[in-house]
Design a protein around this ligand. Structure first.
Ligand SMILES: Nc1ncnc2c1ncn2[C@@H]1O[C@H](COP(=O)(O)OP(=O)(O)OP(=O)(O)O)[C@@H](O)[C@H]1O
Ligand code: NI
Length: 319
């Protein structure tokens, strides 16, 4: 973990907002996200189910369905030309961005894999498509704990955990400078969880940037440099991992940590709000032990000593 301020950036997201049109409602899936990630940085994006984590990743790669409206900018830096991922056309995204400059470990590996090809075929095809034909598929597979024999299986013959490892290998194979890993450890046993996390960490240490989307706070604690907490489509806290795990300031972030088995193991009462019907004020207020009258107006995401926080009554505030 590192608390140093980085000067270069790999991706700069400004005011990213995603709405889904439904026949009788609008889903406020992602709202006003400002976020940056630097080469060598592992940013963990955490939060309960349905808070907008996957939609954020899909927006960056132009993978949202037709009922979505996206606004904002997402500048991808790096050795290749600067590109705004939110303004780029499908041809640019398909030819130069997806896979090559920005890798995605998708959340649902089973649906992401072509059913009629073995893992070996898929991996070799990916390596070839990205100019890495001389890289051995078995070596890449070994990195995620897949044996050579596993590669000869078809997707339907893979266990959930094996499919998960295969999609991770497929995302890593082109060696993208930015990797979006959406719940890459789901369905894995603890040793494989740790091995996958350490693999992502190693990529960062070699200079890649990784955005790790996870509901597993323990995973984030193991490898993240920075943590962004999402609640009801917005970032509510963002700071270096060391400070975050040492004592988050947002009551929601605190509750998330308290829910961990090796901490208080206390579930958060209630449920997140419906994204079709968000309250005007702080979205967490109805579940928050610190909520007061001011929380009826929504707090801005303001900078504090180490990061950013959106809360009228943060933990550790001297007032
Ligand atoms: N195509 C769509 N049309 C309408 N609503 C959608 C669509 N895709 C996603 N949503 C909604 O957007 C919200 C955010 O979903 P998202 O998948 O980003 O959540 P998440 O944080 O990744 O949750 P999980 O941890 O369960 O993966 C959810 O309320 C979801 O129902
Ligand atoms: Ni998701």
């Amino acid at each position: 973990m590192s608390t140093t301020v980085r000067t270069s950036t790999m991706l700069t997201i400004k005011d990213l907002t995603v709405r889904f049109r439904l026949p009788d409602a609008i889903v406020e899936a992602v709202t006003g996200i400002d976020l940056a990630v630097a080469p060598g940085e592992l940013l963990a994006v955490v939060g309960e189910s349905g808070c907008g984590k996957s939609v954020l990743a899909h927006a960056l790669l132009g993978l949202l369905p037709a009922n979505a409206t996206v606004s904002g900018t997402a500048l991808l830096h790096g050795n290749d030309a600067l590109v705004d991922l939110l303004a780029a056309d499908e041809k640019t995204l398909a030819r130069t961005v997806r896979g090559r400059r920005v890798g995605l470990v998708p959340q649902s590996p089973a649906t992401a894999l072509t059913p009629v090809r073995t893992g070996r075929h898929l991996l070799q095809e990916t390596l070839r498509a990205h100019g890495r034909a001389r890289t051995d598929a078995e070596t890449v597979a070994a990195g995620v704990g897949l044996a050579p024999a596993d590669l000869d299986l078809y997707p339907h013959e893979l266990s959930g955990g094996m499919a998960q490892r295969l999609v991770t290998a497929l995302a890593l194979a082109p060696d993208p400078p930015l990797l979006l890993a959406d719940e890459p450890t789901s369905g894995l046993d603890r040793p494989l969880v740790d091995a996958t996390l350490d693999l992502l960490r190693a990529r960062c240490d070699q200079g890649s940037a990784v955005i790790l989307i996870t509901h597993d706070l323990a995973a984030a604690e193991r490898v993240a440099d920075t943590v962004a907490v999402m609640y009801a489509s917005r970032i509510v806290e963002h700071r270096p991992a060391r400070e975050f795990f040492g004592g988050p300031r947002h009551p929601y972030a605190h509750a998330l940590l308290d829910a961990l088995p090796d901490r208080a193991f206390t579930p958060i009462p209630g449920h997140p709000p419906m994204l079709t019907d968000l309250p005007a004020g702080c979205a967490f207020a109805p579940r928050c032990p610190r909520a007061a009258e001011e929380c009826g107006s929504r707090p801005g995401l303001d900078s504090d000593e180490q990061g950013r926080l959106a809360c009228h009554h943060p933990i550790g505030a001297h007032r």
